[in-house]
Design a protein around this ligand. Structure first.
Ligand code: NI
Length: 154
């Protein structure tokens, strides 16, 4: 496994739509392993492949209860609303309130190409929505209704 470099918001790849994964091979597994290692090192909640310079529909999230690998994910159901502070590993030092659904069902493939559905709520739902936006070339900055200054805690 290896830590990959996270690109920042100036990188044009973050504005491109990512491509559907068709090969579930060792190259994909390596990417997934590297992405989770990179996510944990950066202490983030989620990471999309485009953030490490790979234009593929791959994301990893860990809302606090374990890693979820999402390949070709789609939100097939959503309900409710939550408004909370969100950030992004590609936008260091920028934080703001974003309204998201409070619950969603995501359909995706696992690393072997098998389809599964997962129900997510609160932070998990927020993370899935944020990462799937990345796969469509969208950044949370466009959805912020109020930016906030967060100061480092001593
Ligand atoms: Ni992000």
């Amino acid at each position: 496994m290896a830590i990959r470099k996270i690109v920042t918001k100036e990188d044009p790849i973050l504005r491109l739509k990512c491509k559907t994964v068709e090969k579930f091979d060792e190259k994909l597994w390596q990417l997934l392993d590297d992405m989770s290692e990179t996510l944990y090192k950066a202490q983030g909640v989620g990471l999309a492949a485009s953030q490490v310079g790979i234009r593929k529909r791959v994301a990893v999230i860990d809302p606090g209860d374990g890693l979820i690998e999402l390949i070709n994910p789609e939100i097939i159901k959503k309900s409710g609303k939550q408004r909370d502070i969100e950030g992004c590993l590609s936008c260091p030092d920028q934080w703001g309130y974003v309204v998201r659904p409070s619950r969603c069902t995501v359909r995706a493939q696992n690393r072997n190409g098998e389809f599964f559905e997962i129900k997510l709520e609160e932070l998990g739902c927020r993370a899935a929505c944020h990462e799937i936006d990345h796969l469509d070339g969208k950044l949370f900055l466009d959805l912020v209704d109020e930016f906030v200054e967060l100061t480092e805690e001593a």
